[in-house]
Design a protein around this ligand. Structure first.
Ligand code: FMN
Length: 216
C-alpha cells in the first residue's frame, strides 16, 4: 500500500504544516513499515503555471496536432494522476495564503482535473480511499473572531477531495502559527500552545485512519 503525500508550504524550516503532516505520516508508517511514500513538494517545486491552459486546449483525440508544450502538459497531468491512482491513502498539507487557496495547490488540482480519469465528471476511481488534509493558518478564524469566514481555502479543498474525488477525508486544522513570530499576537501564546497540542493529537488519530486502523 502506498501513501501519496503533498506539501504546499513554500518553506521547509519552521513549517508547521510539514511538522503536523510528519506526525500523520509517522503514525501511518507504524502499520506500513515497508510501504512506499510518493511525495510532491508543490510549494518548492511548483507545477508550471502555463501547464493547465496547455492541457485544457490540447486535443487528446489528435495527438499529432499537439505542440511540444501541450504534449509536456498532458504528460505531466498523466504523471500526477497516475501518482494518485496508484496510492491507497493520501496526505495533503496546505497552508492558508492570502485568505485563499495556495496558488501551487490550485495549479496542481487544475492540472489533475484535465486528466479524464479524475475530471469533474469522472466516475470517482478514488472513492472511499482514506485521506488526511492538514490545514495551517497563521491567524485564527473560529466563530466570533474578527476573521471568521475569511478562510476561503478549506471549504474549496474539501469540495474537491470529498465531493469531486470522493475521498474519505479527515481534516486537521492548526491555527495561530504566527504566535511567537508576530509580537502583536503575544497575548495569544497560551491558546496557541493549546491549539498546537490539539492538532498534534488529532494528527496521530488521523494517521491511524490512514493506516486503516479505524473503522467508520
Ligand atoms: C505570503 C504569505 C501569506 C499568508 N497569508 C495568510 C493568511 O491570509 N491568513 C493566515 O492566517 N495566515 C497567512 N499566512 C501565514 C501562514 O499561513 C502560516 O505562516 C503557516 O504556518 C504557513 O505554513 P507553514 O508553517 O507550513 O510554512 C501567510 C504567510 C505567507 C508567507
Amino acid at each position: 500500500m502506498s501513501l501519496f503525500r503533498l506539501d504546499a508550504s513554500i518553506r521547509t524550516d519552521g513549517s508547521t504544516s510539514r511538522a503536523i503532516a510528519d506526525i500523520v505520516e509517522e503514525t501511518w508508517r507504524e502499520g506500513h513499515r515497508d510501504d512506499q511514500v510518493i511525495r510532491r513538494h508543490i510549494g518548492l517545486e511548483p507545477i508550471p503555471a502555463t501547464a493547465w491552459a496547455n492541457a485544457v486546449f490540447a486535443n487528446r483525440g489528435d495527438l499529432a496536432s499537439l505542440s511540444r508544450e501541450q504534449r509536456e502538459a498532458l504528460d505531466l497531468a498523466t504523471t500526477l494522476t497516475d501518482e494518485l491512482l496508484e496510492s491507497e491513502a493520501f496526505l495533503f498539507a496546505v497552508p492558508l495564503y492570502n485568505f485563499g487557496v495556495s496558488q501551487h495547490f490550485k495549479a496542481w488540482v487544475d492540472l489533475v482535473i484535465t486528466d479524464p480519469r479524475l475530471a469533474n465528471n469522472a466516475g470517482q476511481p478514488l472513492k472511499g480511499r482514506p485521506a488526511v488534509l492538514v490545514v495551517v493558518r497563521g491567524g485564527a478564524y473560529g466563530p466570533g473572531t474578527p476573521r471568521e469566514g475569511w478562510d476561503h481555502a478549506a471549504s474549496w479543498m474539501r469540495r474537491i477531495f470529498e465531493d469531486v474525488w470522493g475521498l474519505d477525508l479527515r481534516v486537521v486544522e492548526s491555527e495561530f502559527t504566527l504566535v511567537g513570530v508576530n509580537p502583536a499576537l503575544d497575548q495569544f501564546k497560551e491558546i496557541a500552545a493549546e491549539m498546537r497540542a490539539e492538532s498534534e493529537r488529532l494528527a496521530g488519530e488521523h494517521g491511524r485512519h490512514l493506516a486503516g486502523a479505524l473503522t467508520h
